[in-house]
Design a protein around this ligand. Structure first.
Ligand code: ADP
Ligand code: MG
Length: 702
C-alpha cells in the first residue's frame, strides 16, 4: 500500500502538473513521489538568526535582516535602469538593488512596513549592498517559517527560467511530506537503528527537508549517508561471499626451493619491512583455501616487482604456473628482462607473450603453456585471450591496475578449472576510504615504505618565462651524463587553447638542444607501436638524452639514469597523474628533479596542485589531496570500478568515518546471517531487491 503511494507519478502532486513534471523529469530525474523525497538539499540556511546591519560585511554569507525601507529610487539610463532601496534597522542602513522587474517590485514595496530581508551582501564600489534579495513582510514570514533551517536545493537554469526555484521545491516537499509521511517504510533493521541511535527513515527525511534544529539535522544526514554506504558495502560483501562459495581457492601450502633459493642467493638487498609484511599477508591468503583477490598498493619505486616475483615463485613451489600481466608492451618487456635477470642461474622457464609475438613463436608458447614447461608467462592483454591455455595456472599478477577493468579481471578467473589467485598491483595510491568502496571485494595490502637510501626528488614550480634558465639547467644535467624527460599534455589539434602541444615543443627542444651533440626523441599516443618502441629503445639505451612525450610514459618505464622530469603546462594535469610522472625519475642514486612549468594564470585549484606537489612526495598524501580537490568521481580508476559514484549525500573525501562504520556493520550482519534471513534482516533483503530493480547506484559485475 505504502509502496504504491510513493511510486505515484510526480505530476499528481498538488502544485506540479504535467508541465512542471516534465521539467522535473528532465532536469533532476524526479519521476515519482519517492524521487522528490530523495532529492536532498545541498545545504541549509539558518533563518533563525537576524543580523544587525552594523555586523555585516562583504564576506558575510547569506544573511537575514529585519528593518524598514526608508528610501526608494530608480536610477540609470533607460535600458540599464535599476531600483535601489535603502533598508534601515536600529544599527544602520544598507542598499537593496534590483535590475529586473523594477516596476512590479516597486509597487510591492511599502516604506512604513517591517520586512525580513534575505540575501548575500556584496561589495559594489565601496558600498555593501544586496542584489535581488528575498523580501517578506514580517507578519507573513512568521507563519511561513516551517523550519528555522531552510533547505536549499540545486536548481538548473531551465528550472529557474520556469520559476521552479529552490523555494518552490521546498514548498513541494512540504506538501509531499504531509501526504506520504505515514507511508514511508523503514529500510534499516530496527536493531541497527537502536544500536547506532539512528532516526527512522521517516524522521530523517522529514528532518533533512525541514529540520527542527541543527542537532536533529545532523542526525538525519548521518542516517541517510550511513544508509547509502551500508547498502553499497552489503552488495560488495555479498558478491565476495558468492565468489568464495562458488570458487574454491587453490591451497599453496609449501614453501619450496624456488622461493628459498631466490631469497637466499638472488636478492641483492634486504627486503624492506613493508615488503616482508605484504608477502606475509599474501602467503596467509594462499594457504587459506580461499581464492585470493588482493590489491597491492605501493608508491612508484616501492619495490612491487620484487614482491610480484616472489609471489609467483610460491605458485611454482606448489607446482602451479604463474603469469604477470602489464598494460603495455614496453612494460611487459621490461618486466621480462628484469625478471629473467633476477632468476638467472635458477632453472625456471620464463617467457614473454605480447601482441607482437610472431605466429611461430606463439605456437611454441602455446605448447609450452599447455605442457607446463613454461612456468612464468609475462605479457600484455594478449595473455588473457581465449586461445592461451595453461596447464595449471595458479597465480595471476596484474601490474598497474588502473588500465585493467573489472571485466578483464573476471576473465582471468576462467583461466583454470579452479580460478587462480589474483594479485593486482597499483602505483596509484588510493585513499583508504575510496579503496574500500572501489575495491570492497578485494583485500588491500600496502607497501608504505621506500627502499632505503633513496634521495627524495626535488620538485620545483616555475613559470614559462624561466624557460631559458631551465634549458641551462637541463644542459648541465645532460652534460653530466644524465637524461631528461619532457612531458606535454595530450595532443589535441582541435583545441586551439594555449596548450603547448607536443609538436611545437619538440621543435623548440631540438632548436635548443641541437644534434649531433644532443639526441631528442618523441613519443606520443598517435604513433604506431613499433615507432614508439623504437624511440623508447633509444632512450632506454641512453642513445637519446631527451625524451619528449605525452603521458604515454606515465606508466612504469624504468630508466634509472634519467634525473629530470619536466612537466609542461603542468596545470593541465591532475595530481595523481603529476605524481605518477614524477615517479619516473629518482630511480637511480643521483639527485633527481621534477620541474613543473605553468603559465602565470592559474586557477585556485591548479595553484593548490602545484603547492601539493612541491610540498610532498608521499603518494598517499597526494591521493588524499586529490580526493579533496576533485571528488571521487574524477579519481583515476573510479571509471573502471563499475560503481556509480553519484552519491546523493556522501562525500568520500569527508565521510570516511561513516564508511568505516557502515562497512563494519555490513560485515557483522552478513557474518551472522549471510542470507539475510533473520527476522531483523528481512528489511535489508527487501530493500536490496528494490535497489536491484531500480539499479540504484549499482552496476558492478558479480
Ligand atoms: P615499483 O613499485 O614502482 O614497481 P620496482 O619494483 O620497479 O618499483 O622497484 C624499484 C627499484 O627498487 C628497482 O630497481 C628494485 O630493484 C629496487 N628495489 C626493490 N626492493 C628493494 C629493496 N628492498 N632494497 C633496495 N632496492 C630495492
Ligand atoms: Mg612497477
Amino acid at each position: 500500500m505504502g509502496e504504491d503511494l510513493l511510486t505515484t507519478n510526480i505530476s499528481y502532486l498538488t502544485g506540479v502538473g504535467p508541465k512542471r513534471a516534465k521539467i522535473l523529469n528532465e532536469e533532476i530525474q524526479v519521476y515519482t513521489y519517492r524521487d522528490l523525497l530523495n532529492y536532498f538539499p545541498y545545504k541549509h540556511i539558518d533563518r533563525s538568526k537576524i543580523y544587525n546591519i552594523s555586523e555585516i560585511d562583504a564576506n558575510s554569507a547569506n544573511i537575514q535582516l529585519r528593518g524598514t525601507i526608508t528610501g526608494l529610487r530608480v536610477t540609470g539610463e533607460v535600458y540599464k535602469q535599476r531600483l535601489t532601496a535603502t533598508f534601515t534597522d536600529n544599527t544602520g542602513s544598507i542598499e537593496l538593488v534590483w535590475f529586473k522587474g523594477l516596476k512590479w517590485i516597486k509597487e510591492q514595496l511599502k516604506t512604513n512596513k517591517e520586512y525580513i530581508v534575505f540575501g548575500k551582501p556584496t561589495l559594489f564600489g565601496r558600498k555593501i549592498n544586496i542584489v535581488h534579495p528575498e523580501l517578506d513582510p514580517v507578519e507573513n514570514s512568521k507563519n511561513k517559517l516551517k523550519s528555522p533551517l531552510q533547505a536549499v536545493y540545486s536548481i538548473s537554469e531551465k528550472m529557474k527560467k520556469n520559476f521552479i526555484t529552490s523555494r518552490v521545491i521546498n514548498k513541494l516537499q512540504y506538501t509531499l511530506i504531509q501526504k506520504v509521511y505515514n507511508a514511508i517504510e523503514e529500510t534499516l533493521p530496527a536493531s541497527l537503528l537502536g544500536e547506532l541511535k539512528l532516526p527512522s527513515l521517516k524522521i530523517a527525511l522529514k528532518e533533512i527537508h525541514f529540520p527542527t534544529n541543527t542537532n536533529e539535522l545532523q542526525k538525519a544526514i548521518f542516517r541517510l549517508k550511513f544508509e547509502e554506504l551500508f547498502y553499497i558495502q552489503i552488495q560488495l560483501l555479498q558478491s565476495k561471499i558468492k565468489r568464495t562459495r562458488v570458487f574454491k581457492g587453490l591451497v599453496f601450502s609449501k614453501v619450496g626451493s624456488y622461493l628459498n633459493d631466490f631469497y637466499k642467493h638472488k636478492i641483492p638487498f634486504e627486503l624492506t619491512n613493508a615488503q616482508k609484511r605484504v608477502i606475509r599477508e599474501i602467503r596467509a591468503d594462499l594457504g587459506s583455501g580461499k581464492q585470493m583477490n588482493r590489491l597491492l598498493q605501493g608508491d612508484v619505486g616501492s619495490g612491487k616487482t620484487l614482491v610480484a616475483l616472489m609471489v609467483a615463485l610460491i605458485a611454482l613451489d606448489n607446482n602451479y604456473q604463474a603469469s604477470i600481466m602489464a598494460p603495455t608492451e614496453i612494460l611487459a618487456k621490461q618486466h621480462y628482462e628484469s625478471i629473467t635477470e633476477l632468476l638467472d642461474g635458477l632453472d625456471i622457464r620464463v617467457e614473454l607473450l605480447t601482441g607482437s609475438s610472431k605466429v611461430k613463436h606463439r605456437r611454441e608458447l602455446h605448447e609450452g603453456l599447455q605442457s607446463g614447461d613454461i612456468q612464468i608467462l609475462i605479457g600484455t592483454h594478449a595473455l588473457i585471450e581465449d586461445n592461451v591455455i595453461f596447464k595449471n595456472l595458479g597465480m595471476v599478477i596484474i601490474d598497474e591496475q588502473h588500465r585493467f577493468g573489472v571485466a578483464q579481471r573476471a576473465k582471468l578467473w576462467k583461466k583454470n578449472v579452479s580460478p587462480p589467485h589474483v594479485l593486482v598491483m597499483t602505483a596509484t595510491p588510493i585513499p583508504r576510504t575510496l579503496a574500500m568502496t572501489l575495491y570492497g571485494d578485494l583485500d588491500v595490502s600496502v607497501i608504505d615504505e621506500l627502499p632505503p637510501g633513496r634521495k627524495p626528488i626535488k620538485t620545483i614550480h616555475i613559470f614559462d618565462s624561466k624557460r631559458l634558465k631551465l634549458f641551462g639547467f637541463l644542459k648541465q644535467e645532460i652534460d653530466a651524463g644524465r637524461q631528461v624527460y619532457i612531458v606535454y599534455p595530450l595532443i589535441q589539434e582541435s583545441e586551439k587553447m594555449d596548450y603547448k602541444d607536443l609538436e611545437d615543443g619538440y621543435a623548440s627542444i631540438v632548436r635548443a638542444f641541437p644534434p649531433p651533440k644532443y639526441t631528442t626523441v618523441a613519443v606520443h599516443g598517435k604513433m604506431k607501436a613499433a615507432e614508439k618502441d623504437q624511440a623508447m629503445k633509444l632512450f632506454v639505451e641512453n642513445k637519446a638524452q631527451i625524451l619528449v612525450a605525452t603521458t604515454v610514459i606515465e606508466v612504469g618505464v624504468n630508466v634509472p639514469n634519467a634525473s629530470v622530469m619536466v612537466i609542461e603546462s603542468a596545470e593541465k594535469f591532475g595530481l595523481s597523474q603529476l605524481h605518477q610522472l614524477r615517479g619516473r625519475v629518482g630511480r637511480g642514486s643521483d639527485q633527481a628533479w621534477c620541474v613543473l612549468t605553468t603559465s602565470y594564470k592559474l586557477s585556485k585549484e591548479a595553484k593548490m596542485r602545484m603547492k601539493t606537489m612541491v610540498a610532498t612526495s608521499n603518494g598517499f598524501e597526494i591521493a588524499e589531496a586529490d580526493l579533496k580537490l576533485r571528488g571521487p568521481g574524477d579519481m583515476e580508476g573510479t571509471q573502471q570500478s563499475g560503481i556509480a559514484f553519484d552519491f546523493k549525500l556522501v562525500n568520500l573525501a569527508k565521510d570516511g568515518n561513516i564508511l568505516q562504520i557502515a562497512a563494519d556493520k555490513a560485515n557483522e550482519i552478513l557474518k551472522n546471517d549471510n542470507k539475510l534471513e533473520n527476522k531483523d534482516n528481512i528489511v535489508i533483503q527487501k530493500h536490496l531487491a528494490k535497489i536491484k530493480k531500480n539499479k540504484i547506484n549499482w552496476g558492478i559485475i558479480s
